[in-house]
Design a protein around this ligand. Structure first.
Ligand SMILES: [Zn+2]
Length: 446
């Protein structure tokens, strides 16, 4: 399996640290606003990683964090006149509810910054001891120039950054490039006790602390939206690697932004589509189809027309599944290989989905005996891509119907046409149409 790694700028063969296992940390949302389609694109990218590695036989440990304390959360809480905890748990609930509806598999953990203050403080202390962190009036800053590889992930040069940073020179910092690890309390703000006095963590430090706490000092995959490459992930690397002297993650996976009229969907631009309003209008599977039809590394411009097309695409899949309900078979190995070929190449979901539509066209032409095999193949692929389809139920329905139809054909053999016809009428009332042909009796859901 090949993944594109932002740090090396190349597609790399995936090799896990521990055979058969994969640890993934994906940056989740800051709980300051209603989750929008852009947030869900990131969640879905993590979900596909989670599901596809599972499909490949890996034991996956996926962590998606919630930032429940930072400047933006406090600002939102103030605007909405709520306590920051109340605000954060409100949006967290919205996020998890939308995730459930989109059939996003629950990660192993949704760690929150405020529950890991101890780990955060420990990491900051370690950085201070090593000379990477310094305290000024209860604040602790990271000494960027001391960390030589700084800028490796984003490809930014320190001197260029220096010119940009000059505008917002913070008097307390020794260098405008430095960033906050710990912030001293301001009046009216929540705080925790630390060796530097009352305060709260900076934004970047939570992810370095939580990811290494749960996944080890070096883990397999770190991901997030590509808007986080700089400064967030650049700073995460600096903090973690300065402390541990080990690489933080072996692969850096970034999903591209969901844009609207070519601008990033965001609260600050007031151009976001809340996921809940979209879920009122569209089948969650259609939304999933729409998002997965674009490769995760390609910018996707929100487009209602495309969303409608995805809806009819999903209808097409549904009709096939309804039509073939009750057919049993085994997945076709060569087709699964084809699916894997698409997915193994940096999670090629657009190719995998196009392949599903190809398979449906083929399945519509094969003989009845092969239909079950096609159905099973398509089922397995759709399930791996996280589409929500009830399987067991339809198999049970097929089994029950086969038994009823056998009974009915026995009745007909005995000449009991009256009873046989009664069964036909009763089934029709239940929405199952049966038809007697020369090859036997077939049924379909009306
Ligand atoms: Zn993060």
């Amino acid at each position: 399996m090949i993944l594109y790694d932002t740090l090396s700028g190349k597609k790399k063969d995936f090799k896990p640290i521990k055979e058969g296992e994969v640890g993934i940390y994906y940056c989740g949302m800051t709980l300051q606003e209603a989750p929008h389609v852009g947030h869900m694109r990131a969640a879905l990218t993590a979900d596909i990683l989670n599901r596809y590695f599972e499909f490949k036989g890996y034991k996956v440990k996926l962590l998606v964090n919630f930032t429940d304390i930072d400047d933006k959360v406090l600002e939102s809480a103030k605007l909405e006149g709520k306590d920051f905890r109340e605000l954060a748990s409100f949006y967290e609930e919205e996020y998890t509810r939308a995730s459930e509806r989109l059939n996003i598999q629950k990660p192993a953990l949704y760690p929150r910054a405020t529950q890991h203050i101890k780990e955060i403080i420990e990491l900051v202390e370690r950085l201070v001891e090593k000379g990477f962190g310094y305290e000024v009036e209860g604040n602790v800053f990271f000494r960027v120039r001391k960390f030589k590889p700084y800028g490796r992930l984003s490809g930014k040069k320190l001197d260029e950054l220096h010119i940009g940073a000059r505008v917002s020179v913070d008097e307390m910092k020794q260098d405008p490039l430095d960033f906050a690890l710990w912030k001293a309390v301001k009046p009216g703000e929540p705080y925790w006790f630390s060796p530097w006095g009352k305060g709260r963590p900076g934004w970047h430090i939570e992810c370095s602390a939580m990811s290494t706490h749960y996944l080890g000092e070096t883990f397999d995959i770190h991901g997030g939206g590509d808007d986080l490459i700089f400064p967030h992930h650049e700073n995460e690397i600096a903090q973690a690697e300065a402390a541990t002297e080990k690489p933080l993650a072996n692969y850096w996976v970034h999903n591209a932004m969901l844009t609207i009229k070519d601008e990033k969907m965001s609260k600050s631009l007031q151009n976001f589509i809340p996921i809940n309003s979209l879920l009122e209008e569209y089948d969650p599977n259609a939304i999933r189809l729409y998002l997965l039809q674009a490769h995760y590394r390609r910018q996707l411009n929100y487009n209602r027309e495309m969303l409608k097309q995805a809806s009819s695409g999903w209808e097409h899949i549904k009709i096939f599944l309804e039509r073939t309900r009750g057919y049993e078979g085994k997945p076709i190995a060569s087709y699964l290989e084809e699916f894997e070929k698409n997915m193994d190449d940096d999670l090629g979901t657009p190719g995998a989905i196009a392949f599903v539509f190809d398979l449906i066209s083929k399945a519509n032409e094969v003989s009845k005996n092969d239909t079950g095999d096609y159905r099973e193949t398509i089922y397995l692929i759709l399930g791996t891509l996280g589409f929500q389809i009830e399987h067991e139920e339809s198999i049970a329905l097929g089994e029950v119907l086969d038994k009823i139809l056998t009974l009915r054909s026995d009745l007909r053999k005995e000449g009991n046409y009256k009873m046989a016809d009664k069964i036909r009428v009763v089934l029709l009332e239940a929405g199952i149409a049966i038809e007697d042909t020369r090859d036997g009796t077939t049924w379909r859901v009306k």
